[in-house]
Design a protein around this ligand. Structure first.
Ligand code: FAD
Length: 125
């Protein structure tokens, strides 16, 4: 789909937002710092307040309450996000996405020399 000409629909905004969120999760570090874990949590709560579709934001607040953010690792965060996306899918009557396929659907960005990597904790320096 194209996301170019205004006005942006609720569906386009949703697709664009999920692209951002799943890509952030795909590139989330395997060993995030405390700050990165907190940032993941804050990103989601800010989204639940500022998301420019009030019905979506209000619903997402409830989803977050029932499913607290899990961002202890790349795998945990991307699986958590897949799950909450499925909660939204279910409420809209959409298909449930198989979360074991989330890494195949949402890969890391194709950037040379790891130049798009997010720096996490180095366990083995
Ligand atoms: P989307 O749901 O936008 O998904 C885009 C692509 O992601 C899919 O084509 C698929 O390839 C992949 N995908 C699907 N499910 C998963 C998953 N579980 N894990 C990983 N990848 C997946 N719309 C409303 O009408 N009411 C709401 O209350 C509402 N709340 C929303 C809350 C949030 C936080 C967000 C980001 C969006 C919300 N939306 C809401 C928009 C809605 O979720 C969809 O984005 C929109 O309806 C377009 O749907 P779509 O079928 O194109 O696929």
């Amino acid at each position: 789909g194209k996301i170019t000409s205004a006005p942006i629909t609720k569906e386009e905004l949703g697709r664009a937002t999920w692209i951002l969120l799943h890509t952030v999760a795909a590139q989330f570090p395997d060993h995030p710092t405390r700050q990165q874990r907190q940032d993941a949590k804050e990103l989601m709560s800010i989204l639940s307040r500022l998301y420019p579709c009030k019905e979506c934001a209000d619903h997402f607040k409830e989803v977050l309450k029932a499913n607290p953010v899990q961002a202890g690792s790349q795998d945990e965060f991307s699986q958590w996000l897949c799950h909450v996306h499925n909660v939204v899918n279910r409420s809209l009557g959409k298909r449930i996405f198989p979360c074991h396929r989330v890494n195949a659907r949402w890969g890391k960005l194709d950037c040379p020399d790891h130049s798009c990597d997010v720096q996490g904790k180095t366990i083995y320096p």
